[in-house]
Design a protein around this ligand. Structure first.
Ligand SMILES: [Zn+2]
Length: 185
């Protein structure tokens, strides 16, 4: 971990994936807050059209979330690649050229995974594509889980030094004061 990797480009879908994965949060009671309306609100928060998930699709959506989580928890880039390729084939992704960060100009296009039959599959493919893009563009080691015991939330390290250990300021402060109490006991 660490080193010369790239800070991933700002991508609303990547932002969505983080919040989606963090609907399971050990600091919450109960830890699992996943619901279909919550996924809709998270998508909306990131400016994404909803995926049109049905009320009965909570369990398959949970399965997708847990697979996406595995990308952040993985020990190596090759494990991340394996999980993402499995997601693409499970949910029927098809490759398509889409406008990249350069817009619609020819040098701006990139290959994206798109498609998926049904709302759950569309969600899975779009989310996996955002992670695959980060991995392919050299940010694999920046997709991580929080070291702020018991928190295991996912985050993207966007700092230049790439040494962030916690998902948020709250965990950072929580762990700093725990260390302080240990030293002064
Ligand atoms: Zn945390």
């Amino acid at each position: 971990m660490g080193g010369m990797s790239k800070v991933p480009a700002a991508d609303p879908v990547l932002g969505f994936v983080l919040d989606f994965c963090n609907t399971y949060d050990l600091l919450e009671d109960p830890p699992d807050r996943l619901s279909i309306p919550l996924v809709g609100r998270v998508a909306e928060h990131h400016g994404l059209p909803g995926f049109g998930l049905g009320a009965g699709e909570l369990e398959p959506v949970r399965v997708v979330r847990n697979q996406l989580y595995g990308v952040f928890a993985a020990d190596s880039a090759s494990e991340q690649v394996e999980i993402l390729n499995r997601l693409f084939s499970t949910y029927g992704a098809v490759p398509r050229l889409v406008p990249g960060s350069g817009g619609t100009s020819v040098d701006g296009v990139r290959v994206a995974a798109t498609g998926g039959e049904g709302a759950v599959a569309r969600l899975a493919v779009a989310a996996a594509d955002a992670l695959a893009r980060a991995v392919a563009e050299g940010s694999a080691d920046r997709l991580r889980t929080c070291a702020g015991d018991p928190c295991r939330c996912v985050y993207v390290d966007r700092t230049k030094a790439n040494r962030q250990r916690y998902c948020c300021e709250l965990c950072n402060d929580r762990m700093a004061s725990a260390a302080y109490r240990r030293r002064n006991r």
